[in-house]
Design a protein around this ligand. Structure first.
Ligand code: URA
Length: 258
């Protein structure tokens, strides 16, 4: 093809493009846009994530967790903080306050009740309601009180449950088993000479059996320490005729203290 032919061929191609609408030059070099299309990177398909491993359902052994937590408490303040941080007991969610203890931690006598009621839940202290007032009068009758600094003349008081159960119902066996390690550690840390178990729940938790009418007045052993089951003051409020036996048990306690 001579140069004239080349010229006319190029001109014809240009006019054909102008006819198609390509009437404006935007670059010096021609671009083959078909080629470019081939080069356009394809949108990346989202990388398929490896399927997440199923989360294993681990059953928590609440008693084992409680035992380990309680064992880690080095003193009474540490035990109270550990209980306050313990989240496996549902009773905590319905309670206003943690009811840990009252009285003199150095006392020779440790009294273990059942659970906080409405007044105790409100105040965060054990035995402050009607039953508590009767307990104070009973203790005063044998020259003991919770306020005194003298370990020989004072008591230290706690409960099996540190949180009030709904409607003051009895604790379930699971709740007792879960909270027992804290009571056990509480006894170890307070190290009383004598223990008083107030009522059936306390006997069930610490001795593994109940039947307070038969058990009261006879010394048992809890963690190597003498423990006396007694009628619960709330029972004495309902059954005043039982105060005779309660008085006998108080004298028994006083005699043991020497
Ligand atoms: N009854 C208990 O056993 N404990 C309390 O703190 C109050 C009532």
């Amino acid at each position: 093809m001579d140069s004239a032919e080349q010229y006319y061929e190029a001109k014809a191609a240009l006019e054909w493009q102008v006819e198609l609408g390509a009437d404006e030059a935007i670059g010096d070099e021609p671009l083959d846009r078909y080629e470019l299309v081939a080069e356009v990177p394809k949108p990346k398909a989202a990388k398929a994530k490896p399927a997440a491993a199923p989360i294993p359902m681990v059953e928590v052994d609440a008693v084992a967790v409680a035992k380990a937590a309680a064992a880690g408490a080095a003193d009474l303040a540490g035990l109270e903080a550990t209980l306050a941080a313990f989240e496996l007991c549902e009773l905590k969610r319905g309670a206003r306050n943690l009811v840990f203890a009252d009285g003199n931690p150095a006392a020779r006598v440790m009294i273990i009740g059942e659970a906080p009621g409405r007044d105790e839940d409100r105040e965060g202290k054990p035995f402050v309601g009607r039953a508590g007032m009767l307990l104070d009068r009973m203790l005063a009758a044998i020259d003991l009180g919770r306020a005194g600094p003298d370990p020989a003349a004072s008591v230290y008081i706690t409960n099996i449950l540190p949180w009030r159960p709904p409607q003051d119902r009895d604790p379930s066996p699971e709740e007792i088993a879960m909270l027992r390690p804290f009571v056990t550690r509480h006894i170890e840390l307070a190290a009383p000479d004598l223990i008083v178990l107030m009522g059936n729940i306390s006997c069930l938790a610490m001795l593994g059996r109940k039947g307070i009418t038969r058990m009261r007045g006879s010394w048992e052993e809890v963690l190597g320490r003498p423990a006396l089951p007694m009628f619960h003051p709330a029972y004495l409020l309902r059954s005043p005729h039982a105060k005779r036996e309660a008085w006998a048990d108080l004298l028994n306690l006083k005699a043991k203290l020497g």
